[in-house]
Write a protein that binds this ligand. Structure first.
Ligand SMILES: Nc1ncnc2c1ncn2[C@@H]1O[C@H](COP(=O)(O)OP(=O)(O)OP(=O)(O)O)[C@@H](O)[C@H]1O
Ligand SMILES: [Mg+2]
Length: 353
């Protein structure tokens, strides 16, 4: 194989690769390496091309006889990228010091995933700790100060019951989130009528709506909306959205759920069923909107907690909709209200269940 072949092979690799000889000069660099460090790498002294001391140390080790060495470097840019640099020794008969081959592997995604996992564990622990400490506090009071005070006992047992229920809800939400995530790549295949699902979600929240004096109005423009979906998961989507509308809207405000078919929706190919849940609420400030579907993200944590919220509802909605190849759009105006719109690909009408 001649050098041209070698260059062609190296250029076919998407990861940056280059060779450094015993004079610490770059003898060969592929296109990906030149894109990363700038053109004209070949022939340059390594020290001038790459100013990362850890990489230079690894190259020295390898040129002094070590078989391989590794370093991690961060490249600043619009998005900070972290690379693992593998330096491997290539023996060279004419040259005792040999050649070092450097290969860069982008590990930013791995690091990001690790960070997300550890944030998630920290969040879950934090969320579990607050009801747990309320429970411990309650037990302590019942054993001590409230020992002979039936009124205080009733009050504390009530608080403890609420906190235990909150822990239960948190665990249920975490389990749904993980089961949806596991199946996210598998699109559900059951043909279902969406109207029934929406009606079921409204019926389940009727008592809550009455108690809050917030009527739920259903507006149907197209009754025949069939989608490919999972009934339980889609029920959960509308349950969560209507529950939010009831929880975060103005007193006596009305909640509207509208169902219609639209020929075009941005981001979806073909016609879609569009279900919009609107409230006359306090609305959400624009800076919060892009983050609402993050796990545990709440605009007002203490307010959401007080309403029994865990901040997982919209994260679950987003994952379920991804699995259904659908979209969630959020529109809100502070002081006016919010509309959460679910768009799902419409299934052909001719082959009903
Ligand atoms: N209709 C709405 N009007 C105003 N704010 C909303 C609305 N829906 C959601 N939010 C805001 O978004 C946050 C996240 O909502 P999400 O449903 O994910 O969590 P939650 O309601 O706090 O808890 P959970 O749904 O797990 O019980 C809420 O805490 C609230 O601040
Ligand atoms: Mg919610």
């Amino acid at each position: 194989m001649n050098e041209d072949d070698l260059v062609t092979i190296l250029n076919a690799l998407t990861e940056p690769v280059f060779l450094v000889n015993s004079d610490r000069h770059i003898t060969l660099a592929n296109v990906a390496a030149e894109e990363l460090f700038g053109g004209g790498l070949s022939g340059r002294n390594l020290v001038h091309a790459i100013r990362h001391p850890d990489v230079l140390d690894s190259v020295e080790e390898v040129l002094h006889g070590k078989a391989r060495s590794e370093a991690v470097i961060s490249m600043p840019g619009t998005v900070r990228t972290t690379y693992k640099v593998s330096v491997v020794r290539l023996e060279d008969n004419e040259n005792v010091e040999g050649t070092a081959i450097l290969g860069l592997h982008d590990i930013s995604h791995v690091l990001e995933a690790e960070q997300m996992r550890s944030d998630f564990v920290a969040n879950v622990s934090h969320e579990l700790r607050s009801p747990l400490s309320a429970l411990s506090g309650g037990i302590e009071t019942l054993q001590g100060a409230a020992r002979n005070d039936p009124e205080a006992q009733t009050r504390f047992l009530g608080i403890m019951e609420r906190e235990a229920a909150r822990m239960n809800r948190l665990i249920d939400d975490l389990l749904s989130l993980s089961s949806v995530e596991v199946n996210e790549r598998v699109r559900p295949s059951q043909r279902i009528g969406l109207l029934t699902i929406v009606e079921r979600a409204i019926a389940a929240l009727e008592t809550q709506a009455k108690a809050a004096k917030k009527p739920i109005r259903l507006e149907i423009s197209d009754p025949e909306c069939v989608v490919l979906g999972d009934e339980d998961e889609l029920t959960q989507v509308f349950h969560n959205l209507i529950d939010n509308a009831l929880k975060y809207s103005r007193e006596n405000g009305e909640v509207t759920v509208s169902v219609e078919i639209r020929e075009n929706v941005a981001g979806l190919a073909g016609p879609a069923v569009v279900i919009a849940v609107s409230d006359q609420g306090e609305g959400i400030a624009a800076e919060h909107i892009p983050r609402l579907t993050e796990r545990f993200y709440r605009v007002d944590t203490s307010r959401s907690r007080e309403k029994g919220g865990t901040g997982l509802g919209l994260a679950i909605v987003k994952h379920i909709l991804n699995r259904h190849r659908g979209r969630l759009l959020i529109d809100s105006e502070k002081g006016v209200g919010s509309t959460f719109t679910v768009c799902l690909p419409l299934e052909a009408q001719d082959q009903k269940r």
